[in-house]
Design a protein. Structure first.
Length: 333
């Protein structure tokens, strides 16, 4: 390693003596990432506040001009107008930012926060002069986690405020269900949990590769695989409700997981597609139909169960990171 590479971070290492010095040194080194995060939160918050105020007002005014609340709606009520499209786009931007945060956190943590410092030798120099490896890693996790959670929580609260205030408008235009992936994550505890998972996965990837670019790629891909796997578990994290009906399927009222026909013995069988043909139904011994689903009242149970799974995986990734660091530094703490 050249003298220039070592001398360059020496000032920040010297200033990082003590917990407060370590905090300010990290914020100084990563100030561009900090400003980007602040800008992203401001954009998201501003967009959601616009949707809550002027955007929703304009959409409601357009809704009434189209006669959609008169009891005799015109043809225009079957589609959305420009004002509602702008409102819906703003809501999508807010939810999209929340969905993007975990991947940004993973890429940054793997590439810049950990991978680049190990690759350049900054971290190794700090361990020999001012901070232990364990304290260094703890700071790398704690400070970004606090910033990520505070910003993500603000956006989540604003998104939920817009969602709760304008629910009747969305219902009138059949727009967005509570269980849609981006909406579901943006309206509860999942956004913060996934942000922490992205951070933990990124840190672990940085320690595994010790180079910025490979760590960045591994962190993003690893998070995508984990998110996909955990998301596939979502419908099964809470017992489903079941509705039955003798004449066709029950009303579509939530996240449907399964449906079919019922025989006289109560057995569930595939729908024979008899289309109200009594003889066909009798021939297949069909006496009714069922639908397994999650109603909207299952929102919080599903949220909290999935949040628990995510936080457990994030804690495991962080634990592995500390163990890996301890092994590579010869057990130094």
């Amino acid at each position: 390693m050249s003298a220039v590479t070592i001398d360059k971070p020496a000032a920040s290492v010297t200033s990082s003596r003590g917990p407060r010095g370590l905090l300010w040194a990290m914020l100084k080194v990563h100030r561009s990432a900090l400003w980007f995060w602040v800008m992203l939160v401001v954009v998201g918050a501003g967009t959601l506040l616009w949707a809550y105020g002027p955007g929703a007002d304009a959409a409601w005014a357009e809704f009434r001009r189209m006669g959609c609340d008169s009891g005799q709606p015109g043809l225009g009520c079957d589609s959305t107008g420009d004002a509602y499209t702008r409102y819906d786009t703003a809501l999508s931007v807010g939810a999209g930012i929340l969905g993007l945060v975990p991947y940004l956190a993973a890429a940054w943590a793997g590439g810049a926060l950990i991978g680049r410092e190990l690759e350049s030798g900054t971290a190794q120099l700090a361990w020999t002069q001012s901070v232990s490896p364990a304290r260094w890693l703890a700071a790398k996790l704690a400070v970004p986690a606090a910033l990520l959670v505070s910003g993500t929580l603000l956006l989540t609260l604003l998104h939920r405020m817009v969602w709760s205030a304008d629910g009747s408008l969305r219902m009138a235009l059949n727009s967005r269900d509570w269980y849609e992936s981006t909406t579901f994550a943006a309206n509860g505890t999942l956004a913060c949990a996934y942000a922490l998972l992205g951070l933990a996965v990124g840190v672990l990837a940085g320690l595994l590769h010790r180079r910025s670019l490979p760590a960045l790629g591994t962190a993003v891909v690893g998070l995508a695989l984990l998110a996909s796997a955990i998301g596939s578990l979502r419908p099964h994290l809470w017992p489903v409700a079941t509705m039955t009906n003798k004449d066709g399927y029950p009303e579509y009222i939530g996240m449907v997981l399964g449906e079919g026909a019922l025989t006289s013995t109560g057995a569930r069988v595939p729908d024979p597609i008899c289309v109200d043909d009594a003889k066909c139904l009798a021939a297949h011994d069909i006496v009714g139909f069922y639908r397994d689903y999650h109603p909207s009242s299952h929102f919080w149970p599903l949220q909290l169960m999935e949040t628990g799974v995510i936080l457990a995986v994030a804690a495991l990734a962080a634990l592995i990171a500390f163990r890996l660091l301890k092994r590579r530094t010869g057990g130094a703490v």
